[in-house]
Design a protein around this ligand. Sequence first.
Ligand SMILES: Nc1nc2c(ncn2[C@@H]2O[C@H](COP(=O)(O)OP(=O)(O)O)[C@@H](O)[C@H]2O)c(=O)[nH]1
Ligand SMILES: [Mg+2]
Length: 298
Amino acid sequence: MTIIENNKDHANQILHRIYHRTSHAWRIGITGPPGAGKSTLVERLAIDFVKHNKTVGIVCIDPTSPFSGGAILGDRVRMSSLFLDPKIFIRSMATRGSLGGVARATNEVCDLLDAFHKDIIIIETIGVGQVELDVAGIANTTIVVLVPEAGDSIQTMKAGLMEIGDIFVVNKSDREGADRLTMEIESVLEMKNSQRTPPVLKTVATEGKGITDLYNCIMEHQKYLVSSGDFTKQKREKITSEIVELIDSKIKSNLWQNKKINSNLTLLVEKVIKGQQTPYHASEKLIKIWKNSRGVSR
Ligand SMILES: Nc1nc2c(ncn2[C@@H]2O[C@H](COP(=O)(O)OP(=O)(O)O)[C@@H](O)[C@H]2O)c(=O)[nH]1
Ligand SMILES: [Mg+2]
């Protein structure tokens, strides 16, 4: 996992070798704003899955923010009851050095957990940045967790969150406003013209309330995906984007490792400054140089 996170040269070799062992695990993404109770829910859910004789892998995504150290530490304390369980493996992603992006590194770590026979993989995002939405591309079931905090409403929600949820959870339902928020979410979801309207559940994670319902909803969603054929569709889309991303990153590194490109880039920048060139034409020129020099000078 550390090799893969750091994107060392042989990471791709490892991933290639274990690939045929993957696609057994069901991947559950849990996303939503910081403090919504995601870690508390993950802990409860993990215990539930173990009770159902499943092995569980948990991946906590730590984006590159220097402030996240405390949050992860908090998660570790919060999930402390899980650390002693041999059926549960917890990994915090240290994505600072990951060149391929947080989502890609997370997906690769999930592949490893999958290859090592975890039945369920729960991915928790920290609730900031693009990865909050990107997790939907990694997970089979995406759970969006929201809370009835003061001033919170659908309008103030991060754009895109309503689109990615397969299941919505209104956590901290012990607080006022949970019913109102639930109705608000339901009315937005009903407007969407889709085959399946995502369920909206109320939970109190700290008391374990609603966890069985959540477990059942995940199982229902899994059944739905498989029987509707959406699972195959999801798989096809995922493999396509995996291949595209691999090619993208290979092309990029090949391009920018090319000495001729870099020296010409420096020259062209000066020309743009002097008003003799535009960035548009400069980019065309660099691509031409790259096409002509491929395989010659690296
Ligand atoms: N009142 C109440 N507090 C909760 C509930 N679930 C979680 N919390 C508390 O909310 C805080 C943030 O929870 P955490 O799981 O770390 O949220 P995360 O940032 O989304 O992972 C913690 O102090 C939890 O104890 C709940 O259902 N009701
Ligand atoms: Mg958390």
